[in-house]
Design a protein around this ligand. Structure first.
Ligand code: ADP
Ligand code: MG
Length: 256
């Protein structure tokens, strides 16, 4: 059962349109005695222009949910939608195109191409799609993420934090319909982390970007409009208008 803690009915949906959703999502890994039910019937909606954080213990299914929502992994049962498109009905090619055109993803491991420099990594998805970033927006992304003097460096010449910022820039620069981020500040020091989160918040508030972010960090979750809590592959709670303190309290209660 999903129980809403902390008030505020979900009237926060600006246009009412839903950017992504999962319906009865089940994901089972492995076979026989070794099976793991990573998702155990998750139904969630992610309204357009909203910043959602997903929290929960290690192994609760957060990354699996994100990957299935983004069409990077297939469900065992249930359905996921990007806008009105049911991903489970798409052929591989159609799914690749949809991912390229509509989705940005910031991975836990940065997934940068080692032989390309930072600028080439950032613009690669659009180069593949045959488009170019809006130059003003590109400049703003690069500047806010502090990458201007790192654009000619290859990933091996960058710190972990710089690599993560390149990965964030790559996901945001094309202004996709939805950005999924798996612990985007996990490898950043707290200053770089709060800059990245502030930037993501700005993209949502000012540009109506939709973001779904997995995080362990209550400080990061406080940038979101809503926090969804997962436990054992289920969505067990949600909180609107989170503060770091309330999120921390709630996590403690979940553990207890
Ligand atoms: N590729 C995989 N093969 C087998 N088991 C997996 C795989 N990916 C994840 N799992 C298992 O599924 C469960 C959920 O994993 P995950 O979604 O990564 O959780 P979280 O991101 O919340 O830490 C865990 O028990 C994990 O070990
Ligand atoms: Mg994970």
């Amino acid at each position: 059962m999903t129980q809403t803690v902390h008030d505020q009915p979900s009237a926060t949906q600006p246009s009412g349109a839903i950017a992504a959703r999962a319906i009865g999502a089940v994901k089972v890994y492995g076979e026989g005695a070794a099976t793991v039910r990573a998702l155990d019937g998750v139904s969630l909606q992610f309204p357009e222009g909203e910043f959602t954080a997903i929290m929960g213990p290690s192994g609760s299914g957060k990354s699996t949910l994100l990957h299935c929502l983004a069409g990077l992994d297939e469900l065992t049962e249930g359905r996921t939608f990007i806008g009105e498109v049911d991903l489970t009905t798409l052929k591989d090619k159609e799914l690749t195109l949809l991912r390229r055109e509509k989705i940005g993803f910031i991975f836990q491991a940065f997934n940068l191409i080692p032989t390309l420099n930072a600028n080439e990594n950032i613009t690669l998805p659009q180069a593949i799609a045959g488009t170019k970033p809006d130059s003003e927006w590109y400049e703003q992304v690069i500047e806010t993420l502090g990458l201007a003097d790192r654009l000619r460096h290859r990933p091996s010449e960058l710190s972990g934090g710089q690599q993560q910022r390149v990965a964030a820039a790559r996901a945001l620069v094309a202004r996709p319909e939805i950005v999924f981020a798996d612990e985007p500040s996990g490898n950043l020091d707290s200053k770089s982390g709060s800059e990245l989160l502030g930037f993501m918040r700005m993209a949502v508030t000012d540009l109506k970007q939709t973001i779904v972010m997995v995080t362990h960090n209550p400080l990061d979750a406080a940038y979101a409009d809503r926090v969804v809590f997962l436990a054992d592959g289920r969505a067990v709670d949600e909180m609107h208008g989170p503060t770091a303190e309330r999120v921390l309290d709630h996590l403690k209660k979940m553990e207890g």
